[in-house]
Design a protein around this ligand. Structure first.
Ligand code: NAD
Length: 382
């Protein structure tokens, strides 16, 4: 059985799916590993390191696509790559099946199996495969580091002979995986941190990190959807959050905003007035930019200077930390692969809750009902 590691082609991508030090368990099962030359360079893994780990390296991308039985990746391959996949092979990655299902149409129309990291169920048994959480952890950390780097102030309180410098004030909106890591990172740097989330359960976690949780009276409405995620709120409830955010923005040096509702555009929580209320030099990092952004002024992927306030809207912060992002992603992948490769043999057991949840398509069939529904109009109109 052959496992292929391709050079990622999405612009700005620096991660690689498996680092040399993570190949041992695969090779021990008799699986051969072929790496496209240069695949790991941006993540610090040379071709030589892969060879020393026991893999072969080639510049022939087409031969990897045509021969690999297993193709774990970071991002979805292009339609041209999908057309070359080996029949009955297995593709795994951040395939964005609910955001851009059409981009997977070629692979779905072929006798292959697709597993999406975004669809891995967030249940205890699958925690070690939860790549969304791994990448959110990195994004939360890096958001604070990026803000600290741009802020014309220091984060910690300093008492010096030249006077006392007050600590920076950081406001984190959305205390999920990324938000909690942002809070922890800002606290480690010495900032005073406040946080807001619609889920009351987040309050205890925020306080345990030494930050202040800002409560909003939402009139007792249900704020939790399934699986620990937030529910989509009414405009009236959103407005109460927006008012709190505008008030808090006025005394915040940094805002890191992460609020998302699965399968929906990111809630617009930060009004223009909130940005205008911030002092010149302040920094706002909108981690919800890939889903449209939490701020009404956000332009995904664009850094703006708005009256002296820097608004960052990064689309792929984990790619700015390629070594550890690849390391964590590789471990998530290996744990998922362990469900698929048993004693060196491929088994796609779709009665397994984790595999069934993560499966986008299997041998010509879109298995995931949400993906199938999204693809339906296009399928019937052709
Ligand atoms: P996410 O990225 O979907 O959302 C980020 C945060 O935004 C969430 O905390 C959400 O409550 C918040 N939010 C949404 N709408 C908001 C609004 N209008 N105003 C303010 N905040 C808003 O979430 P996530 O970080 O992926 O995970 C959320 C929760 O899911 C976690 O805190 C955890 O309880 C659960 N989770 C469970 C597992 C597991 O069991 N394996 C893994 C990861 C996460």
């Amino acid at each position: 059985m052959l496992l292929g590691i391709l050079h990622e082609t999405v612009p700005g991508e620096t991660r690689v799916v498996l680092l040399p030090e993570t190949l041992k368990t695969l090779l021990a099962q008799g699986i051969s590993v072929t790496v496209e030359s240069g695949a790991g360079i941006a993540a610090g893994a040379t071709d030589q390191a892969y060879v020393e780990a026991g893999a072969t390296v080639t510049s022939d991308r087409a031969s990897i696509l045509a021969n690999a039985d297993l193709l774990p990746m970071v991002n979805a391959p292009s339609a041209a790559d999908q057309a070359q996949l080996k029949p009955h092979s297995i593709l795994i990655g951040f395939l964005k099946p609910l955001d851009t299902p059409q981009a997977l149409a070629t692979a779905i129309g072929r006798p292959v199996t697709l597993f999406s990291m975004e669809l891995v169920p967030r249940i205890s048994r699958a925690q070690s495969m939860d790549a969304l959480s791994s990448m959110a952890t990195i994004a939360g950390y890096k958001a604070v580091i990026s803000a600290a780097d741009r802020l014309p102030r220091l984060f910690p309180m300093l008492m010096t002979a030249a006077g006392t410098i007050p600590p920076a004030r950081v406001f984190v909106i959305g205390a999920g995986v990324a938000g909690l890591q942002a809070i922890a990172t800002a606290r480690r740097l010495g900032a005073v941190v406040e946080a807001y989330d619609v889920r009351a359960a987040a309050g205890e976690q925020v306080r345990s990190l030494g930050a202040k949780f800002l409560d909003v009276d939402l009139g007792g409405i249900a704020t939790e959807g399934g699986g620990g995620y937030a529910a989509e709120l009414t405009e009236e409830a959103l407005d109460r959050g927006r008012d709190l955010i505008t008030r808090t923005a006025a005394h915040s040096d940094v805002i890191v905003t992460t609020a998302q509702v699965p399968g929906r555009p990111a809630p617009r929580l930060i009004r223009r007035a909130a940005v205008e209320a911030m002092r010149p030099g302040s920094v706002l990092v909108d981690l919800a930019a890939p889903a449209g952004g939490n701020c009404e002024l956000t332009q995904p992927g664009v850094t703006q200077n708005l009256g002296g306030v820097t608004l960052l809207a990064p689309l792929n912060l984990p790619a700015e930390v390629p070594v550890h992002a690849s390391q964590l992603y590789a471990r998530n992948n290996l744990n998922l692969l362990a469900l698929i490769v048993k004693k060196g043999e491929l088994t796609v057991d779709l009665t397994d809750e984790v595999l069934a949840g993560a499966c986008v398509a299997h041998e010509f069939n879109p298995v995931n009902p949400r993906v199938a529904k999204l693809l339906q109009p296009a399928t019937t109109s052709t």
